[in-house]
Design a protein. Structure first.
Length: 240
């Protein structure tokens, strides 16, 4: 393993917060901020790929976002359709495999079909896994996993729950980034972030560029991940 491979997180997860404020500061509708957020996501996915990150998971629409004003909710649904049509062909060319993570039954048939198409098109790609959490909540995920196990009559253990969760296809995130200056988890990856490193940025999501990503990765590289062990134990393991 090269020196840089040790410090680049395998899996980065991001709460992309601050689109609304970015737009409000420019006296523009919140949806303009979300559109800019899609640009920022494209830029960030590319930067992750270039730096050797293998999995990027983003929080695009939470189970609780349905409670936003009706026009913002329908605008976000529409934006998803537009973003799929515009971004997926390029992401596919770049070798990105897209997964949508979240509850689909309450989405429109059109959106559901778009998600399934994007997943099918990119299923063979291997350069970066992009998980887009859409109508997702960490509590929903744990509950649906437990319900699936119960329905199959399987015992509920840490290992079986882990396998039934919506992100079972990737390892847990090494680094969770939240932009927009708030310091909370907001029902994102409650199970999977148990031992993740957290990084909070004051930048609003549309402003989060490659340099900001590099700062987050540099901060991550300084952390000592102990997974419940002591520092001395970890240092001992690291010794030649
Ligand atoms: C949080 O900012 C952001 C969201 C709720 C949506 C994030 C969506 C994107 C970046 C676009 C990609 C998503 C789709 C649907 C294609 P906020 O609105 O809470 O900002 P604020 O805290 O400044 O109000």
């Amino acid at each position: 393993m090269s020196a840089s491979a040790k410090v680049v997180p395998h899996h980065i997860a991001i709460v992309m917060d601050g689109n609304g404020r970015w737009a409000a500061r420019r006296f523009m509708p919140r949806l303009v901020g979300h559109k800019q957020g899609v640009e920022s996501l494209r830029r960030c996915a590319r930067a992750c790929q270039q730096r050797g990150v293998r999995v990027l998971t983003v929080f695009a629409f939470s189970s609780e976002n349905w409670n936003r004003p009706q026009d913002e909710v329908s605008g976000l649904m529409e934006l998803m359709g537009v973003a799929l049509a515009r971004e997926v062909p390029d992401l596919h060319k770049e070798g990105v495999r897209i997964h949508f993570v979240g509850e689909r039954a309450s989405l429109s048939e059109k959106v559901r079909a778009g998600l399934a198409q994007a997943e099918a098109l990119t299923a063979g790609n291997t350069s970066l896994v992009l998980n887009v959490c859409f109508n997702y909540g960490g509590r929903w995920d744990v509950a649906q996993a437990a319900a699936a196990l119960a329905a199959r009559g399987e015992a509920i253990t840490e290992a079986s729950l882990d396998r039934a969760l919506a992100l079972a296809h990737v390892p847990d995130p090494d680094l969770v980034i939240r932009t927009g200056g708030e310091m909370r988890i907001s029902n994102f990856l409650l199970w999977q972030a148990a031992y993740s490193e957290f990084y909070f940025s004051d930048k609003l999501w549309p402003e989060f560029d490659a340099a900001a990503l590099d700062q987050a990765i540099a901060a991550y590289a300084q952390r000592e991940r102990r997974f419940g062990q002591t520092s001395a134990q970890i240092q001992g393991q690291a010794a030649p």
